[in-house]
Design a protein around this ligand. Structure first.
Ligand code: HEC
Ligand code: HEC
Length: 241
């Protein structure tokens, strides 16, 4: 008798917990993603579920604290620097759903860094011409100067002309080299590097061999509530939460 009462009571509690979290889940999904951080109950709920999802699916590449890994071209998610969008929950959610160059038809895939040392640097745009090793050295000096580092002045001048001229770099990275978060082209004037340690060698490698970073699509692997929960968690990592 006692045992069956106990069982009934614990079933009731479990049902209540389930109802409670499925209610929260549907409220989370109905909410405007960019206003979740203004609702502390909903945000706390999303964070408590987003953190373990991040650890399970994302930390292997992005790091446990979202610190990234520039040896593998994985961006940090705990700074305010975004390749895509401006770090809103809705921007982050879009990346998580469809990925970047993930082969999902809705993935971000608008721009690919050409490999300028190859005879045909871009498989997409036949008009992009290869650059000589000297040109690439000049461009690196130009980027060093743009980052406020000591650079060979004459080479940097030649590099600037290449950047906005035949190199066609401005087309993606913008004339001021500050990048374009509508297409995932990084800011080249800051010292935050996606690839390598920011040395002349690593910049030169990016320009000569091209880059092709990939973030998987999660839409068929994590449910819609989970995707939103991870997005809220990533948003909080950047200190914007
Ligand atoms: C068609 C668009 C496009 C053009 C043209 C282009 N880039 Fe890029 N570049 C990108 C994208 C996109 C990335 C980021 C690659 C990634 O996310 O894997 C990138 C990355 C880089 C990086 C690595 C940055 C980092 O933080 O590690 C450097 C350096 C760079 N580009 C320099 C140049 C220079 C110099 C030129 C011209 C000679 C140029 N790019 C032309 C799209 C372009
Ligand atoms: C296999 C490694 C890998 C895994 C796993 C992975 N990512 Fe990524 N992610 C990347 C790479 C590489 C990029 C940069 C792509 C590029 O070069 O544009 C990226 C980019 C991103 C960006 C864009 C950052 C910006 O600056 O705009 C977000 C957001 C992101 N990932 C979130 C996630 C989340 C959340 C998960 C887990 C659900 C995840 N990623 C799992 C490799 C990974």
């Amino acid at each position: 008798m006692r045992i069956s009462l106990l069982l009934a009571a614990s079933a009731c509690i479990m049902a209540a917990v389930l109802l409670y979290s499925s209610g929260r889940e549907s409220r989370l999904l109905r909410a405007d993603p960019d206003s979740i951080s203004r609702n502390s109950t909903l945000e706390t709920f999303a964070l408590s579920r987003g953190a373990p999802l991040f650890e399970l699916h994302c930390a292997s590449c992005h790091g446990v604290q979202g610190e990234g890994d520039s040896r593998r071209g994985v961006p940090a998610l705990n700074d305010g620097d975004w390749l895509y969008g401006s770090g809103l929950v809705s921007d982050i959610e879009q990346v998580i759903k469809f990925g970047i160059r993930s082969y999902h038809p809705r993935a971000w895939n608008l721009a690919i860094m050409p490999a300028y040392a190859r005879p045909r640097p871009s498989s997409r745009d036949g008009k992009i011409a290869p650059l000589s090793p000297q040109d690439i050295r000049d461009l690196v000096e130009f980027l060093y100067r743009a980052q406020g580092r000591t650079a060979d002045a004459a080479a940097a001048l030649r590099g600037a002309a290449l950047f906005t001229g035949v190199g066609g770099c401005y087309d993606c990275h913008a004339v001021d080299a500050k990048g374009d978060s509508a297409i995932g082209a990084p800011d080249l004037t800051d010292r935050i590097t996606l690839y390598g340690d920011g040395s002349r060698e690593s910049l030169s490698l990016s320009i000569s061999q091209g880059r092709h970073g990939l973030c998987p699509a999660w839409v068929n692997r994590i449910g819609p509530a989970g995707i939103r929960e991870v997005a809220v968690f990533v948003h909080s990592l950047s200190g914007a939460g």
